[in-house]
Design a protein around this ligand. Sequence first.
Ligand SMILES: *Cc1c(COP(=O)(O)O)cnc(C)c1O
Length: 456
Amino acid sequence: MEIPFAESYKIKMVEPIYRSTRKQREKWIDEAHYNLFNLRSDQVFIDLLTDSGTGAMSDNQWGAIMQGDESYAGSSSYYRLKEVIQSLFGFEYFLPTHQGRAAENVLFSALIKEGDLVPGNSHFDTTKGHIEFRKAKAVDCTISEAFDTESNHPFKGNVNLEKLEEVLKSGKNIPLIIMTLTCNTSGGQPVSMENLKQVKKLAEKYNTSVLFDSARFAENAWFIKKREPGFEEKTIKEIVREMYSYADGMTMSSKKDGIVNIGGFLAMRSKKWFDKATTFNIMFEGFVTYGGMAGRDMNALAVGLDEVTHKDYLETRISQVEYLGNKLIEYGIPIQKPIGGHGVFVDAKRFLPNVPKEEYIAQTLAIILYLEAGVRGVEVGTLLADRDPETHDNRYPELEFLRLAIPRRTYTNNHMDVVAAGLKNVYDMRDEIRTGLKIHKEAPIMRHFTVELYKA
Ligand SMILES: *Cc1c(COP(=O)(O)O)cnc(C)c1O
C-alpha cells in the first residue's frame, strides 16, 4: 500500500473556536451591516477572511522571539534578518516596515509621481490604492486566460508581454513595473520564470525598473518547480534566487510568506533607491534598523523566511489548498482553475447567476456562506474594485470571486470539510437566490474594509 501524504508538523498548542447557531449569526451579520470585516472573530467558526498574519508560528520562531534584541539602533535582530534577505533574494539593501503597505508607502513616496503609469499583473488593492493616492495609474496587463476560470493555464499570474510593451511605448513616465507573486487578484495564480525574465528584458529595453510585490514568493516558487520544465530538480531557494535576479527590488508583506503575525520590508539592489527610501522610512516607519518592527518580530521573520522555502512545508501548504479546491470541484462548484497557492477562489457569477451585478454577487455569496456554516470568506469583486477615481462609477471587474484564504499551519482538513459542505448546501439552493445587497455607506478609497450594506 502506498504511504499516504500527511502534514509535515505536529501540533503543540491549540486555540478553542466556537461553533455558533444560524440564529446567532443572523443577528450578528445584521449588526455588522453585512460586512464580514465588522464581525468579531469569536462570531466566526472557521476564518478564511485572509491568510495575512493569521498563520501559526513554529517552535523555532517562538524560540527566536525570546532572543530578540530590542536596541533602537543596530539591533542584532536587524542584522540577522538582513543576512537572510540578502542570501534568499540577493538584495544588498533592506528596510524593515510595519507591514507590506507601509513598504509600498515608503518606496512609492520615493519613486511615483502624479501622471505616472505603473503596469503589472493585477495589482493588489493596497498597491493600487497607493498608486492612485499619488494620482498615478495602475495598468493591468495580466494575460486574458486569467479571467477565464475554466482555463487551466499553469501561470495565470503572467503578464501579456505585448500589452505590457504597448504601455511601455506610450511615452508616459513609467517608474516601475510591478509583478505580484503570486497574483492574488487573479486567484493566487503564479507567474512563470520565463515571464519574469521577459518582463525584465522589456524593462531594460525601455529603461525602467521591475519591482516584485512578494507576499507569496515561496508559493510562486513552488508552482515554478511543479509546473515549469527545467525546474523540477531545483531547490525552492535556488528558484527564488533566480526569480529575484529579474527584479530591481521588492516589497514584502511578511504576514503571508514570512509566516509571522505582523511585519514587512522593502529590499533593493540600488543604493540610490535605498537612500531615497530611507528618508521616508524614518519619517513614516521608524529608524533604519527597526522600521516599525520589534527586534523579536524581526527574529521570528528571519526564521519564517527560511521555513517557508522548505519543500516539506510548501507541499503541506499547497496540498491543503488543493484538498479544499478538489472537494469543491467534486461538488460541481465553479472555482478558478488551476487551484491557487493560498486559497480557493469561487466564481461567484457562475455560482449565483440570478443575482444582478449591481447587488454585489460575491459579497452576497460570502454572507450566505457565513450564515450557513459560520465560515468567513472575503469578497474579491466589485466592492474591492472600488469606484473609478474620475467618474466615481462602480468598476465591475471581469470576475467576482469569493476568496477562501487558508491561514498557514492553522486549520486541519476536517475544517476544510466543513467549508466544502457549507458551500455545497448553498450551491444546492442557488436557484432561489435572486437578490443581493445595496450600499448604505462607504469610504472614498478602499471602501471594502468599512462599507455598510443592507439586503436588497
Ligand atoms: C497583503 C499584501 C500587500 C499589503 O501588505 P499588508 O501587510 O497587508 O500591508 C501587498 N501586496 C500583496 C500581494 C499582498 O498580498
